[in-house]
Design a protein around this ligand. Structure first.
Ligand code: NAD
Length: 338
């Protein structure tokens, strides 16, 4: 039997956590034959409900789950982990300014970056889900360096990617599995650029470009983009709660692909440290199309995609927002003498 994978979920007593931990525990992420030790972290105030989640996981009697811990202490949470799903974050409260939200999250992700450096393995792979996800990942990576390389840090845009797949499929009249290679560029925010210029659709027994299959350029360059950008707000409007089931599913997709690799000829969207590709400033945690090698488990930004002026202008907008967020977060680090 393989050695267990030790996976941490922060914010595990929250909404996304509740949908996420069951999928990690039942083998949907690392495989049906792969033992998993699950560590769940939340704040002390949530200790009791976290304990309830632990009891439910035990009662699920999954053969893949070889251990489950519920903790409120970062040192215990980050010890020897292989994967971290960083979901817990400070939510935006009414009247809170963006810079106050950033400052609160800088504190959390600085502390968790340090905990990673002190207690986790140097090979640990990290997915940041908690918002503002890209900038939180940037701060976390900064404080986990040099022990854990920047390439091991990512932020989640897979939910946006999945939303784009679903929208194209519905419009082209095919099932979602018949669509591939959509791209989310940039920030996990309303400035993101969902791009289907290079996407392919399997329809009527042959592969077509998404633009041909959908046959509605005005939709793909207008309504489609704003539907994907604003989908989170539309769900809050209906559910009065933010996306949780779909966010947890996307987090599982993200880590599963990182662990097992992407299929030949397919890419997925992941926010990863830029290497300067497509003119994005180096180091910025930016969503790109990536391919993941099944053997090395390393991601690579897909190169050589042609960008027209429409795409370049959209990518500029989201880059600018991310640079501003990064600078504000770094200022918050300084102000708090961090
Ligand atoms: P939630 O409020 O239900 O749960 C968050 C949990 O995190 C709470 O239990 C809270 O106690 C915990 N927490 C807060 N600070 C913590 C800390 N320092 N350490 C450990 N735990 C901590 O929220 P949710 O709906 O589960 O969403 C979680 C985060 O995910 C939010 O920031 C949300 O905006 C974000 N999100 C991201 C995406 C994405 O696509 N990237 C999608 C949906 C939601």
């Amino acid at each position: 039997m393989a050695a267990p994978i030790r996976a941490l979920v922060t914010g595990a007593a929250g909404q996304i956590g509740y949908s996420l931990v069951i999928q990690i525990a039942n083998g949907s992420v690392f495989g049906k034959d792969q033992p998993v030790e699950l560590v769940m972290l939340d704040v002390p105030f949530c200790a009791q409900s976290l304990d309830g989640v632990k009891m439910e996981l035990q009662d699920c009697a999954f053969s893949t789950l070889t251990g489950v811990e519920a903790v409120t202490d970062e040192a215990a949470a980050f010890k020897n982990i292989d994967y971290a799903f960083l979901v817990g974050a400070m939510p935006r409260k009414e009247g809170m300014e963006r810079k106050d939200l950033l400052a609160a999250n800088v504190k959390i992700f600085k502390s968790q970056g340090k905990a990673l450096a002190e207690h986790a393995k140097s090979t640990t792979k990290v997915l940041v889900v908690g918002n503002p996800a890209n900038t939180n990942a940037f701060i976390c990576a900064k404080y986990a360096a040099p022990k854990i390389p920047a390439e091991n840090f990512s932020a989640m845009t897979r939910l946006d990617h999945n939303r784009a797949l679903a929208q194209v499929a519905a419009r082209a009249g095919v099932s979602v599995g018949s669509v591939k290679n959509v791209i989310i560029w940039g920030n996990h925010s309303s400035t993101q650029f969902p791009d289907v210029r290079h996407a392919k659709v399997q329809k009527d027994g042959k592969e077509a470009d998404a633009y041909t299959a959908v046959n509605d350029t005005a939709f793909l360059q207008g309504e489609f983009i704003s539907i994907v950008q604003k989908r989170g707000a539309a769900i809050i409007d209906r559910r009065k709660l933010s996306s949780a089931m779909s966010a947890a599913k996307a987090a599982c997709d993200h880590i599963r692909d990182w662990h097992v690799g992407t299929q030949q000829g397919q890419w997925v969207s992941m926010a990863v440290p830029s290497d300067g590709s497509y003119g994005v400033p180096e180091g910025l945690i930016f969503s790109f199309p990536v391919e993941i090698c099944p053997q090395s488990k390393k991601w690579k930004i897909v190169q050589g995609l042609e960008l027209d002026d429409f795409a370049k202008q959209k990518i500029d907008v989201t880059t600018k927002e991310l640079l501003e967020e990064r600078d504000e977060a770094l200022k918050a680090c300084e102000a708090a003498n961090m």
